[in-house]
Design a protein around this ligand. Structure first.
Ligand SMILES: [Zn+2]
Length: 394
């Protein structure tokens, strides 16, 4: 029996039918808000694309990282903001090395939850590739004097700490040029743009003339080979993160997984509605949307897809809560993209991750009984809130 049915067992069942209708209505309204967010994500992607295009021209003579086309990585359910009316869009902006430079990724360890990854910057010889690199002097083989007089400094002298790309300096550099570049975006007069404070990413607040606000968070990342994995500036859970340390980001792989699933689940599937509803109540708790997303990804690959039909909304919410409960009890939830045989082959992972030892996302709860107790309490509260939302609100 479902936990919310158990909870309301003492109450009469006379309006069971109307409650079921409300669940379907609720699922539909979430789906509608998801579609609205999807539309706004498209608008933001278009605006950011114009912004990055403008920046490429401004940066063409310098040796700052090359900004590639942004990738939308918010899986709809994560779109949330302190103000419910604001849409939040998360984007990843891939960085390529500028001319005469190479990026070498030093991927972190499983023990550190892959959060101790770095981007090492190296100068490369351009003496023999003058045609492809254009009018520039080789950083390695021209005298320092000539370089200083005739050329802008290398990336090692601008955004690096030692030989490593500095997270904070790179974020601040990106924030600094966004404001002047915004003037070159054709539709910029429709929006008022404000850069919000952030030490690891670039957060923009775009206010449309209608008053509607879009919040955009852009993370900067370097792709690992040709995989769907990036070393990214997204915030890590570590309390004190060195300025050159980044997390391994699976957000592109995750967005691709949900896109692939959308083509396979029933046309009016409720999996995103379930995620969006649960995530809404998780704000401010230790149970992150990443944990919840991982639970749903595991369920999507292990349960019959027909079971995600919208009419099964309460059953699937129950399944998600049951799985989360089980994981918290065991203090174990395997990372979805590490050593997972159930993963679709369309998602490209570095070989090292395919063969890595499983990564337990709840490892910290093994050593921290207080955190475990808090997580169990928050799960209980989440169930209670969902129960109220589903049965008593209308
Ligand atoms: Zn050279």
């Amino acid at each position: 029996m479902y936990w919310w049915l158990r909870k309301r067992n003492c109450k009469e069942d006379k309006d069971a039918e109307s409650q079921r209708d409300f669940q379907i209505y609720f699922s539909k309204s979430i789906q509608h808000s998801g579609q609205k967010l999807h539309y706004e994500s498209e608008v933001v992607l278009w605006l950011v694309d114009k912004l990055l295009h403008a920046s490429r021209e401004q940066l063409s003579k310098s040796f700052f990282p090359v900004l590639e086309q942004a990738i939308g990585v918010d899986s709809t359910f994560e779109s949330q903001s302190p103000h419910e009316d604001d849409a939040v869009c998360s984007l990843l902006v891939p960085l390529d090395p500028p001319r005469g430079h190479a990026f070498h990724l030093e991927v972190g360890t499983v023990g550190q939850m892959l959060a101790d990854s770095c981007i090492r910057v190296e100068l490369v010889c351009t003496c023999k590739t003058e045609e492809t690199v254009g009018d520039m002097l080789c950083f390695l083989h021209h005298p320092e004097e000539a370089l200083r007089k005739n050329q802008k400094p290398s990336l090692l002298h601008t955004l690096c700490t030692g030989s490593y790309l500095d997270v904070q300096q790179t974020a601040l550099w990106f924030q600094d040029f966004v404001t002047p570049a915004w003037e070159f975006v054709p539709q910029s007069h429709h929006y008022r743009m404000k850069v919000l404070p952030s030490s690891r990413s670039c957060k923009l607040q775009l206010t449309h003339v209608s008053g509607r606000t879009l919040l955009v968070e852009m993370m900067l990342g370097v792709q690992q080979g040709d995989s769907d994995i990036f070393v990214s500036s997204q915030a890590t859970e570590a309390v004190c993160t060195p300025r050159t340390t980044r997390a391994l980001s699976f957000s592109v792989a995750e967005a691709e997984f949900f896109w692939l699933m959308a083509k396979q689940v029933p046309s009016d599937s409720c999996h995103l509605s379930c995620l969006q509803l649960c995530t809404h109540f998780l704000v401010g708790t230790a149970l992150s949307s990443h944990i919840l997303g991982t639970v749903v990804m595991h369920l999507l690959t292990t349960m019959p897809l027909a079971g995600w039909h919208r009419s099964c909304f309460p059953e699937q919410l129950d399944e998600i809560m049951w799985y989360l409960d089980l994981c918290l009890e065991k203090r174990c939830l395997d990372h979805f993209f590490v050593d997972n045989d159930d993963l679709c082959e369309e998602i490209t992972l570095p070989q090292a991750l395919q063969r890595a030892v499983p990564l337990n996302l709840l490892q910290h709860l093994v050593y921290d009984p207080a955190a475990h107790k808090r997580a169990m309490r928050e799960l209980k509260e989440l169930k209670s809130l969902l129960s109220i939302q589903l049965f008593y609100r209308h």
